[in-house]
Design a binder for this molecule. Sequence first.
Ligand SMILES: [Zn+2]
Length: 274
Amino acid sequence: MPRRVSDGSVHRWYRRPVPVPRRYTTDAIVLSRFDLGEADRVLTLITPEIGKLKAIAKGIRRPTSRLGGSLEPFAELTVALARGRTFDVVTQVSVGHAWLHLRDSLEGAATAWYLAELADRSLEERHAAEPLYALLRRAYELLDGGMAPGRVARWYEMHLLDELGSRPEVDRCVECDRVLESEERFRWVPPLGGVVCERCPGPPHERTRLSLEALKLIKAYQRLDIEALAALRQAPVVEREVETALREFVGYVLEREARSLPFLDEVRHAPVPG
Ligand SMILES: [Zn+2]
């Protein structure tokens, strides 16, 4: 039976809402934030045990705030919270890992925002998210360690799809289940969950074609560990093909394209100063 993406298994690990005590402390990464009123800020956090949650940092935009500048994105924090009516209230913050090099390039920072947005969109609030927390944390470590942002993003997208139960099928045709052979023509069809062989009708559009090199690179993202992926040499044209293919797949599974992508593409194609 060929695999399908839309089998209802997306978000499979957030079925149980997590009960939360009146006061609690958790590791957290800031996914997004917005200012509220004169001095407050509302944060969306990802935590291992409670999953995604919204919290308010009262008075944080005042220069005298005890919370100060530590409630920033791209860092692993330890946050103390008190349960509130609308949002839980941040009472204390300390920084565990700051990942400062992640901000060295605009592309690194824009990629970090993109990965955070994908995590945000994959989760419902207050359902344990340990695997996704660990994935995002590792991706930030890799960006901080200087791995190419595009490589980190593809690796993260592929593992996110795994966690969502939507791993792309790249070994067999998703229509007829036949093992794909290297000399045939492949088509990339996210709504069907992966690759369609040349014998099956599939969709009519020529733009769904996938080269053998791109198929191999997608397989590498599924199978190779980080060290092997970081060392891969690939033609830019193949990297771009895989980027388009995986973004399209993730966009299909999460039901729309990420809002942070246009900014990421803009900074990536901007001329490098100096
Ligand atoms: Zn087929």
